[in-house]
Design a protein around this ligand. Structure first.
Ligand code: AMP
Length: 289
């Protein structure tokens, strides 16, 4: 496949696959259903998607087989490859946590001293223990780590958690967070790309940034009494000054603003107290700043 296309590695089949493809599609790339294929070429961009095992993605990017890749930050840290994190993508969020049998308690990290910890992330766990000056035995297990304590193989585990349901099923409970992860876009450290690939990458990054920005923002519309406009403006965390539109009822104005999604529920009550009505919050598909 030495066709000059930008090569992006994506997890073949797993938790990050759909959201990675969704992100690329939101960037305007026309990607056909991948089914069982290992390489898919976008119809409207010089880009090939290589579907690979996620554990292998950091090395493939390091070695230049793929120019860039989308993979969990946990995998990047664990594999310790010579790559660069270009963007945090905000999906695939999870935490690597220490978990202990339900009937036990751990008060502080010091209680890990001398314990046996089963994990699929030995490098991250060892780094955490070293940073906290703890000597403990790290037992590497590649899957079903949760059963290690009940088998007597380990005293506790360190594993990825999102809801905690798997832990509960295995009579374990969460304690400290060792590492927080989300999906990241990675690139080769020396990005050994020729000029045309650089252009493809730069343009893709611009598109990704605008999609990420849009995902974190919403378009807010509301009607407000003219006399309360200053109060409303003070509440709004808008990017620039809001759009103000006159209404048929001359005592009222329509106010439109782009706001960070997570601020809406904090300001909603204040907007209503300032007389805002007909509040609408709309998704934004793309945002070019
Ligand atoms: P998979 O191999 O399909 O389970 O995908 C694993 C990747 O998904 C991990 O490397 C994480 O980056 C991410 N992930 C997100 N939530 C979780 C979770 N609850 N458990 C395991 N991995 C998760």
């Amino acid at each position: 496949m030495l066709n000059g296309n930008l090569k992006v590695a994506v997890q073949k089949k797993g938790r990050l696959t759909d959201k990675s493809l969704q992100l690329l599609r939101s960037c305007g790339l026309d990607i056909e259903e991948y089914s069982e294929r290992l390489i898919v070429t976008a119809r409207n961009y010089e880009l090939d998607i290589l579907f690979l095992r996620d554990d292998d993605i950091p090395e493939y990017v390091q070695d230049g087989v793929a120019d860039i890749g989308i993979v969990g930050y946990d995998v990047v840290k664990e594999r310790n490859a010579e790559i660069e994190v270009l963007r945090h993508l905000g999906f695939g969020k999870c935490r690597l946590m220490m978990a202990i049998p339900e009937e036990q308690d751990i008060e502080s990290v010091e209680n890990l001293q001398g314990k046996r910890i089963a994990t699929s992330f030995p490098a991250i766990v060892k780094e955490y223990l070293n940073a906290n000056k703890i000597e403990a035995k790290v037992i590497e297990i590649s899957g079903s780590v949760e059963i290690a304590p009940s088998l007597g193989v380990a005293d506790l585990i360190c594993d990825l958690v999102s809801t905690g349901n798997t832990l509960k099923l295995n009579k374990l409970k969460k304690t400290f967070t060792v590492f927080e992860s989300d999906a990241v876009l990675i690139g080769n450290k020396n990005l050994n790309l020729d000029e045309s690939k650089w252009k493809l990458l730069a343009s893709l990054l611009t598109r990704i940034d605008s999609v990420l920005k849009a995902r974190n923002s919403k378009y807010l519309m509301m009607n407000v009494p003219k006399e309360n406009l200053d109060e409303i403006k003070n509440v709004l965390p808008s990017l620039k000054s809001p759009t103000i539109v006159p209404l048929a009822d001359e005592s009222m104005l329509a106010v439109h603003a782009v706001i960070p999604t997570d601020t809406f529920w904090q300001i909603n009550e204040k907007l209503k107290s300032a007389g805002a009505s007909g509040i609408l919050l709309l998704a934004i598909e793309n945002m070019i700043l």
